[in-house]
Design a protein around this ligand. Structure first.
Ligand code: AMP
Length: 446
């Protein structure tokens, strides 16, 4: 039996992969105008980084990590030997922890320095139950800004994300931006207690999971999908009523920057997000009308304690990540084309095998001139080669035949209009390269 792709994983075939690359390139261009530079960190980190950074009580760490024990003798382990921390490796479930580790390790924000602005793109891995929009390997594009505490950093990041979503083609009216503040240790600790008390007081109406979570991570009760829990949590204490003075000031400033930039948002005091490291600003962008339960296309927030958690000096941070596959669903729902079929500029066909060497040489010269050119590599008649040219969506076919070659020329057929002309071989590359460049050139301004 043929071996199939495991559930929750996806092959990106050329038309999809081409779109993904364009999507990442657009993000890179947009984010570069805000000063973000690319960073590439490994897809594997020490398990401890995620346990300490993201938090043991989160779903991501407690249930969804792909972890491997590397380089240890399996027999010793099975006999009850202990696993060294450096042998426990995990496929990254998100990008922030690794980037913050790299910033700390390479001291990218020396004391007193300006903030460092980094962006990444690549696969993340979570052992979740697969469904539409929820994969076990998915692609995120994210940014992290470390070293600045000002609310303008948060607002700038959110504005940048919304600009990117618009530029990639997600209609404004198909998205909603939800905003909240998680406060800081000072205000969140008593708030957490208040929510824990509240959940305990309503224990008879809450699901067993929320009751269990109330002990470790009571705010997660806001994320419960159970209707009964949702009804109870609608009356739970709101973080916005518990913010300390500095956190309230920060939140108000973010809101006024967003308003000044003309970015619409909805306050959502129940937005807590699944990771432990957030402080103050948190936000999420949801796609409407996608018919998918997994409608969060991006989200993030401030994490002023994370650098310390991974062993660095106190360094405030802000970041977000957006999910490529969920954006693709949102774009498809909005009727935006997400396929990038490729087409070949010139296909070089031969009437007889004797012209193959000439075809091979011509194709190389065309490619050297930047033209996407191809030829036949199998046993095929001229008719068969024309079929292949059609399959490759070739715009033109150059036909090399014995008579024309003897005269130093070849026939060029336009595959759209079927018009044919004879072009001298000496000028062939120059003529075709100029045509291809002309087709690529932007239309002159009206
Ligand atoms: P998170 O790190 O959970 O805030 O995720 C950031 C973004 O990544 C989300 O808004 C989604 O767009 C995307 N994402 C998260 N988990 C998955 C998943 N399992 N499958 C596909 N996309 C995901």
């Amino acid at each position: 039996m043929a071996i199939k792709l495991p559930a929750g994983f996806e092959d990106m075939l050329p038309a999809d992969a081409g779109f993904y690359q364009e999507f990442v390139a657009l993000a890179q261009r947009v984010f570069a105008t805000y000063g973000y530079e690319p960073v590439i960190t490994p897809q594997v980190e020490l398990t401890d980084l995620f346990v300490r950074g993201i938090g043991e009580a989160t779903d991501v760490v407690s249930k969804e990590m792909f972890t491997a024990i590397s380089g240890e003798n399996l027999a010793t382990l099975l006999a009850g030997g202990t696993v060294k921390a450096k042998s426990r490796l995990t496929l990254r479930p998100e990008g922030t922890a690794g980037v913050v580790r790299a910033v700390v390790e390479h001291d990218l924000v020396p004391q007193g320095a300006g903030p460092v602005k980094l962006m990444y793109a690549g696969p993340m891995f979570r052992a979740e139950r697969p469904q539409k929009g929820r994969l076990r390997q998915f692609n995120q594009i994210g940014i992290e800004c470390l070293g600045a505490e000002a609310p303008s950093v948060d607002a700038e990041g959110i504005v940048m994300l919304m600009r990117f979503f618009r530029q990639v083609g997600i209609p404004q009216e198909s998205m909603v931006l939800l905003l909240n503040s998680m406060g800081c240790d000072d205000c969140r600790t008593p708030y957490r207690e208040a929510v824990r008390d509240f959940v305990r007081r309503h224990a008879d109406r809450m699901c067993p999971q929320c009751l269990e979570r109330a002990e470790t991570n009571p705010l997660r009760a806001f994320d419960c999908k159970n209707e009964g829990c949702r009804a109870v949590m609608a009356d739970a204490p709101r973080i916005t009523d518990w913010l300390c003075e500095p956190c309230r000031g920060h939140h108000d400033a973010v809101r006024s920057y967003l308003a000044a930039a003309g970015v619409d948002y909805a306050e959502d005091p129940t937005l807590v997000r699944g990771l432990d490291y957030y402080t103050r600003t948190v936000f999420e962008v949801q796609a409407l009308d996608t018919n998918s339960a997994q409608n969060a296309i991006g989200g993030g927030g401030r994490y002023d304690r994370l650098a310390e958690e991974v062993g660095g000096r106190p360094t405030p941070g802000f970041g977000f990540a957006l999910g490529f596959e969920r954006c693709r669903i949102a774009l498809e729902a909005a009727g935006v084309s997400v396929e990038r079929p490729t087409s070949c500029d010139v296909f070089v066909a031969t009437i007889e095998d004797a012209q193959r060497a000439a075809a091979f040489a011509l194709v190389q010269r065309l490619r050297d001139a930047g033209v996407h050119a191809d030829m036949n590599h199998q046993e095929r008649s001229l008719k068969g080669q024309m079929k292949l040219a059609n399959k490759l969506a070739a715009r033109r076919v150059v036909v090399l035949g014995p008579d024309e070659l003897a005269q130093g020329a070849a026939v060029v057929r336009d595959m759209g209009s079927h018009a044919e002309r004879t072009v001298e071989l000496d000028r062939m590359v120059e003529v075709l390269a100029a045509e291809v460049r002309g087709a690529e050139a932007p239309a002159p301004e009206a």
